[in-house]
Design a protein around this ligand. Structure first.
Ligand SMILES: Cc1cc2nc3c(=O)[nH]c(=O)nc-3n(C[C@H](O)[C@H](O)[C@H](O)COP(=O)(O)O)c2cc1C
Length: 204
């Protein structure tokens, strides 16, 4: 059973969440988990100026996803930072190259799920995830979120991400806040939950 985690990250927050999602998925027996990142679109000089080039060094070893990599997955979990309440352009660009897969119905019946990172607490985590789900549904995927049985999303005594639509983290406007233990635990739960559902579907 193949679980692929496809992410984009500019400063490492979404990558850190992707690692936690992978950790959770690997706990399900029989899960083969692969992390992939989508291609960068921002010019090198801009990345350099914003400090993103340095931050991205931490995950240059993660292979770049090709649309066809999705075809043999049982489940795909997508991670994207929020851009104006939506997924980032790098992820959109990748998904817009999956028209061939759509035409063949290649993703129909696979499990699809998404997680995100925002700068601010109410900066569009839910809109990013629910709008991401539209693409998954157009591809015929079985959309899975983060059920409330993961009770950490009800935490109110500390600042935390987490929603029934998927795991989330809050990076802070200067990016200085890395995912908290509460947020990483929810990301692990999502990975485990998706892999568990994929396993049950594979048995049908
Ligand atoms: C062009 C742009 C638009 C952004 N839009 C939002 C937004 O709508 N809401 C928000 O909370 N953060 C927004 N951010 C902040 C990013 O979501 C934040 O940098 C990101 O979650 C960090 O994740 P990463 O380290 O994986 O790149 C934006 C950042 C950029 C560069």
């Amino acid at each position: 059973m193949k679980i692929k985690i496809v992410f984009y990250s500019m400063y490492g927050h979404t990558y850190r969440m992707a690692e936690a999602v992978a950790e959770g998925a690997r706990q399900v027996e029989g899960a083969e988990v692969e992390l992939l990142q989508v291609a960068e679109l921002v010019p090198d000089s801009v990345l350099e100026e914003s400090g993103a080039k340095k931050a991205r060094e931490a995950f240059t070893h993660i292979p770049t996803a090709k649309p066809d990599d999705l075809a043999d997955a049982d489940a795909i979990i997508f991670g994207t930072p929020t851009r104006f309440g939506n997924m980032c352009a790098q992820m959109r660009n990748f998904l817009d190259q999956t028209g061939g897969l759509w035409a063949q119905g290649a993703l129909v019946g696979k499990v699809g799920s998404a997680f995100t990172s925002t700068g601010t607490q109410h900066g569009g985590q839910e809109t990013t995830l629910t709008s991401f789900h539209s693409t998954l549904l157009h591809q015929g995927m079985v959309v899975v979120g983060l059920p409330y049985s993961e009770a950490r999303q009800m935490t109110i005594d500390e600042i935390t991400g987490g929603s029934p639509y998927g795991a989330t983290t809050i990076a802070g406007t200067d990016g200085s806040r890395m995912p908290s233990e509460n947020e990483l635990a929810m990301a692990r739960f999502q990975g485990h939950h998706v892999a568990d559902i994929a396993k049950r579907l594979a048995k049908q």
